[in-house]
Design a protein. Structure first.
Length: 194
């Protein structure tokens, strides 16, 4: 069956999920803040798509039209649902950060989105992923310090945050494309049920 995107507001809002979480974290869940984040995310998406698919650089009017077409079917109810989900994500992330690194990860520290394929399905085992923000140094002709997010599916049982971070850091170090990168520190992390 063909997708109904962008008429499917869930698909659109999931695509702009990062914008919504960042806005909720920075400015709260107020309507003006969240709608502005949605509009900004749609504008950035439209500018990116049009810059790749257009023969000429896109105009502001073309970008605005494309952004409006993307989010035109999003309702207030849809936004309320995703603002609440962003709050749940941030709450679970805060709970995880408040736990000690060597304590068992609790259910209240795991974000379980409605799009999870293992949380509500008794036929498959639960699976989790960890999202990690690291400060890294990349060595080349010069050394470059930067911060970057990465996401890893966790293998085996979910134990402590320390174990999950060690697993993610080992995967980072083992990847060929990170052969010249070193981890300076882990700045932030969250766990989500896949």
């Amino acid at each position: 069956m063909a997708s109904d995107w962008p008429n499917d507001s869930d698909s659109v809002l999931r695509g702009l999920w990062g914008n919504l979480v960042a806005a909720r974290e920075a400015g709260g869940g107020g309507a003006a803040n969240m709608w502005q984040a949605l509009q900004s995310g749609a504008q950035a998406w439209a500018a990116g798509v049009l810059s790749v698919t257009s023969v000429e650089p896109p105009t502001e009017a073309e970008i605005a039209l494309q952004a409006q077409q993307l989010i035109g079917n999003v309702t207030v109810q849809d936004m309320n649902k995703y603002v609440q989900l962003a709050g749940q994500y941030l709450g679970a992330k805060a709970n995880l950060a408040a736990q000690g690194l060597d304590e068992q990860i609790l259910g209240t520290s795991i974000f379980t989105p409605p799009w999870s394929t293992t949380a509500f399905n008794n036929a498959v085992p639960d699976r989790y992923r960890i999202r990690v923000l690291r400060d890294i140094t990349v060595a080349g002709f010069t050394q470059i310090n930067r911060q970057e997010w990465a996401t890893y599916e966790l293998a085996g049982p979910l134990t402590t945050a320390s174990d999950a971070l060690d697993y993610a850091n080992n995967l980072f170090s083992a990847a060929d494309y990170n052969s010249r990168a070193s981890i300076n520190s882990v700045l932030d992390y969250s766990v989500e049920q896949v």
